[in-house]
Design a protein around this ligand. Structure first.
Ligand SMILES: [Zn+2]
Length: 311
């Protein structure tokens, strides 16, 4: 089962690419021609008002991109007689459910007991672990609690406000954050297997930094991490599990919504520069190249991705 977007694996792509269907707006299934292409388009575009969730796997989809490709439900319905349509819808639904079932049963998607080495270290761009698939956490034990504590430790030590598990080389769906970023102040949040269920309508732009993108303090005028503008929705509705596995939901706004979305991206294998405009990306190109060179020196391996290879 393969579905590769920018190096990251997404269940939705795999699931729906195989079956050839997606859930349309409360109506049934719409057919599409090129799912990876569609997904890539969505992936590169900013989240917009008309984004909706896939009813099968909870991924978020952009209706406008569907329309651009001419694969809207309405268009498809006009081309098919009603009877054929209905049988296709039923077959599609069965096919998707079947795939979903097999996906659920695929043990490879679950973390089991989490393995990691202490002390944790922050993984730096372009380490492939930042793009790897992150597993769903299904064991809520002391090991997980330990990992969370160590993630907070390293987050405070490096002056961060949030940290996602893949940033310490542990590819599971876990993030921690504290909007104040100081131990003993603010509040500590732990989100296991988080999902975004709704995006707010309004967007704002903010200069984000990321612990996986240091500037090494070579220039005292520069921030400790590469900072640049990213546009995101100002609020999000989130569902997640706590450290014991209990489900909860909350609405995040402004600064917390910003932190959460940045960390959530890490769980999807997305990095903040993927969301920057071409102009903004240009402005940090040299810093990214520097990190790529340092990676090659450190590991003796070619950088797994290069900013200069992006179109
Ligand atoms: Zn980050």
């Amino acid at each position: 089962m393969q579905g590769t977007v920018g190096g990251s694996w997404r269940p939705c792509t795999a699931l729906l690419h195989q079956s050839g269907f997606r859930v349309a707006k409360g109506l049934g299934f719409a057919r599409f021609s090129s799912f990876p292409d569609l997904h890539r388009r969505w992936y590169r575009s900013h989240v917009r008002e008309d984004v909706r969730r896939c009813g099968v796997c909870s991924s978020v989809w952009d209706q406008r991109d569907m329309k651009k490709l001419g694969v809207g439900f309405e268009a498809w319905r006009e081309r098919l007689p009603r009877r054929e349509l209905l049988s296709t819808v039923v077959a599609g639904r069965r096919s998707v459910l079947h795939e979903l079932q097999s996906l659920r049963n695929d043990e490879a998607d679950y973390s089991g007991q989490i393995e990691y080495e202490s002390p944790l270290q922050v993984v730096l761009y372009p380490d492939p672990r930042l793009r790897a698939k992150n597993k769903i956490i299904n064991v809520f034990d002391e090991k997980l609690q330990q990992l969370v504590q160590e993630m907070f430790d390293i987050m405070y030590k490096t002056d961060g406000v949030g940290l996602a598990a893949p940033q310490v080389g542990v590819n599971v769906r876990l993030m921690v954050y504290n909007p104040v970023g100081e131990r003993g102040q603010g509040e500590e949040y732990v989100l296991v297997n988080p999902q975004i269920v709704k995006y707010g309508k309004n967007q704002d732009v903010f200069a984000e930094g990321c612990l996986s993108f240091p500037t090494f303090g070579s220039d005292p005028k520069k921030a400790p991490t590469i900072e640049a503008d990213v546009e995101r929705p100002k609020s999000v509705r989130v569902e997640a599990q706590d450290i014991k596995g209990k489900k909860f939901a909350m609405t995040l706004k402004e600064w917390q919504a910003r932190i959460f979305q940045h960390e959530y991206d890490h769980l999807e294998g997305t990095l903040y520069f993927d969301r920057m405009s071409p102009e903004v990306l240009d402005s940090i190109q040299l810093d990214l190249k520097k990190l790529e060179e340092l990676y090659e020196q450190r590991t003796g391996l070619p950088a797994p991705e290069k900013i200069s290879n992006r179109k």
